[in-house]
Unconditional design. Structure first.
Length: 183
């Protein structure tokens, strides 16, 4: 949502909140929304690659390899759905509420995000890692030792890298919530 339109809506609703504070809320909301879109894009790209791979290689017969890919795809799709729902509800509320009520809604929104970050996301990570671990025996038997080692190391580094990105996002959202509570 554009800043001008949001400011106009809030101006018409009354002066519950100062302009600088409203602009600060808008700025933080835009930054978080952009981060969510990037996260969704990365997860969707990974899902597409995994689906293409399972169609190309894994359709021949069902085994633990296919189970691993399915678990990885499912955990990512679940997170994508949660992110889309979170974005949709937040933007819908942004338009329908006055500034003071929206601010209170944001506090509730970030409390829900805590649950997502500290319960749902770790479960998705565990399912994803379990699914990935189902792939490694097949990699070991089908590829040379050096390629297997490459897959193992790159898999672990990818998980660590993604974990770092998720942790950074969680820290930013915690900071937004803290700022909302302090103002």
């Amino acid at each position: 949502m554009e800043n001008n339109l949001l400011n106009e809506l809030w101006d018409n609703q009354g002066l519950d909140i100062s302009k600088p504070e409203a602009l600060d809320i808008i700025s933080k909301a835009k930054k978080q929304r952009q981060g969510q879109y990037i996260g969704i894009a990365v997860m969707a790209t990974t899902v597409l690659v995994l689906i293409a791979y399972i169609i190309y290689v894994g359709m021949k017969r069902w085994n633990d390899f296919n189970l691993g890919l399915t678990l990885m795809i499912s955990s990512l799709l679940f997170r994508i759905i949660i992110e889309f729902m979170s974005l949709h509800v937040k933007e819908k509320k942004l338009i329908s509420l006055d500034s003071k009520t929206y601010r209170n809604y944001l506090k509730l929104h970030y409390k829900r995000r805590f649950y997502i970050h500290f319960v749902v996301t770790p479960l998705c990570f565990l399912v994803y890692i379990f699914g990935m671990s189902k792939l490694f025996p097949y990699f070991k038997s089908y590829f040379s030792e050096s390629v297997y080692t490459y897959f193992l190391i790159s898999g672990i580094l990818s998980i660590l890298f993604i974990s770092g990105i998720v942790i950074k996002g969680i820290i930013e959202e915690l900071r937004y919530f803290k700022d909302l509570n302090n103002n």
